[in-house]
Design a binder for this molecule. Structure first.
Ligand code: RB5
Length: 157
């Protein structure tokens, strides 16, 4: 079964519901991490839920939506191993899979329309990572995480 996690804040709620309907129609199992209404919430709370689901390997990939996608981008990319990519066009959705092995798709619910969002989602879900020289670059990002972790205060040396 194809499974994906999804979350938003109030600014992304309407687009989240549209993306869920689109994916259910396409046979995906959805782990909807909320919110369940358009009431105002704080985007870090839902960005963390989504990022943790991926970082803890509960699900391989996820989609997260706020008003612009910027707040969610800042939040999810604080987690080691997360490669969240903000997409407002289909080309970026394709390239961020091929070159960056994006594991979280981020969109702005106040920026793009539902039709474009569905095309972005379909492209992002169906495009494979190319590996090769791109893997070497991802390895360097993982090294950054490892170096920062070893230098952080309170860590044994
Ligand atoms: C909420 O008003 C808005 O700030 C949020 O959805 C997001 O765009 C933040 O980056």
């Amino acid at each position: 079964m194809k499974k994906i996690a999804i979350a938003s804040d109030h600014g992304g709620f309407d687009l989240k519901e549209s993306v869920i309907a689109h994916l259910l129609n396409d046979g995906w199992e959805i782990d909807d991490l909320g919110p369940s209404s358009e009431d105002s919430v704080d985007y870090p709370d839902y960005g963390v839920k989504l990022a943790e689901a991926i970082a803890n390997k509960k699900v391989e990939r996820g989609i997260v939506i706020c008003g612009t996608g910027v707040g969610m981008s800042i939040v999810v990319n604080r987690f080691p191993g997360i490669r969240g990519t903000l997409c407002s066009d289909v080309y970026t959705a394709k390239m961020c899979r091929e070159h960056n092995d994006s594991n979280i798709l981020i969109m702005g619910g106040r920026v793009i329309g539902k039709g474009l969002a569905s095309e972005i989602v379909d492209t992002w879900l169906s495009t494979e990572f190319e590996g090769g020289r791109h893997q070497r670059r991802l390895d360097k990002i993982n090294e950054i995480d490892a170096n920062l972790k070893s230098k952080s205060p309170g860590q044994a040396r």
